[in-house]
Design a protein around this ligand. Structure first.
Ligand code: HEM
Ligand code: HEM
Length: 239
């Protein structure tokens, strides 16, 4: 859709700056939450909460932000389509791996704390999301990169690639929303002030992530260049 768009008359490039700004704010907020309010991050610790804290950090900064930057790379970067394609596929690969590491930290936290696994809607949708993401990546790689389908097959696959890509991306955003809600609810039911600064911070982080997702989808469905209004022909400028 890089060239076409869904008939929206908004240029994608300025929107990519809005997306980067949301990414930076979301990353900052989740770090302030997990490090300042929740005590920090650790792979190994007797304080198992520090292991859990890696989960939102990896899922938001590693999976969602890198995946978002991969999606908007076609509209955000000035290079050739071939170079942008390579950046798109590499960023998505890193996002998938960091997402898998982030999910591993949630399981590690549960296992080392004697908590059951996979009991929540968040965890079910989350596991489904990362599986679909990996499938989408493999399908994209085989079709558009190596060995690559025939030109006709690529052409007919592309709209499906964009549709499933955006679908699985929206699933990732929805999973993160469920995760923030779930964790904040756990904290509030064990005594956290419902109107305290931490509760506001978590809810604002989730709101920024929601808006971020909307801007990224808007970038993907917006044309790189805005077409002239129907029937309008600009007066040619003499060379
Ligand atoms: C797209 C991003 C995310 C994915 C794919 C994801 C996936 C998962 C999965 C698969 C589990 C289950 C682990 C187990 O059963 O041992 C889990 C647990 C958990 N996640 Fe996430 N997560 C994401 C983002 C977040 C975020 C941003 C938060 C915010 C704090 C969060 C909070 C939690 C909590 C509280 C648990 C433990 C309770 C439960 O299993 O539901 N997650 N996550
Ligand atoms: C989970 C991984 C992936 C997701 C979520 C994803 C998602 C997307 C999305 C949403 C678009 C539309 C971007 C736009 O029109 O602005 C797109 C375009 C595209 N993707 Fe992917 N993608 C993934 C992996 C891959 C891989 C591995 C390749 C292999 C090269 C690939 C090749 C392409 C190509 C060729 C386009 C078309 C760009 C254009 O229209 O100029 N994608 N992808």
């Amino acid at each position: 859709m890089a060239g076409g768009g869904a008939g929206l008359s908004v240029r994608a490039l300025p929107l990519t700056y809005v997306a980067h700004a949301h990414a930076a704010v979301a990353a900052l907020l989740v770090l302030v939450w997990c490090i300042h309010f929740r005590g920090g991050l650790a792979f190994e610790s007797t304080n198992k909460s520090l292991i859990f804290n890696l989960h939102p950090v990896f899922m938001l900064i590693g999976f969602i932000i890198l995946g978002s930057e991969a999606i908007i790379s076609y509209k955000a970067l000035p290079w050739s389509k071939e170079v942008n394609k390579l950046i798109h596929l590499i960023l998505h690969a890193i996002a998938t791996v960091l997402g898998a590491v982030g999910i591993y930290t949630a399981f590690k936290f549960h296992n080392e704390s004697g908590i059951a696994n996979l009991y929540s809607l968040h965890s079910w949708v989350g596991l489904g999301t990362i599986c679909l993401y990996a499938i989408q990546w493999l399908y994209g790689f085989v079709t558009f990169f190596f060995p690559g389908g025939s030109p006709a097959f690529r052409r007919s696959s592309l709209p499906w690639h964009v549709f499933f890509g955006l679908f699985v991306y929206v699933l990732a955003i929805a999973t993160a929303e469920l995760g923030f809600l779930e964790k904040l609810t756990f904290l509030e039911s064990s005594g956290l002030d419902k109107y305290g600064s931490e509760a506001f911070l978590v809810n604002f982080t989730a709101l920024v992530v929601l808006l971020f997702g909307a801007v990224v989808v808007l970038v993907a469905v917006s044309p790189a260049r805005v077409a002239e209004p129907h029937g309008y022909k600009p007066i040619p400028v003499e060379a």
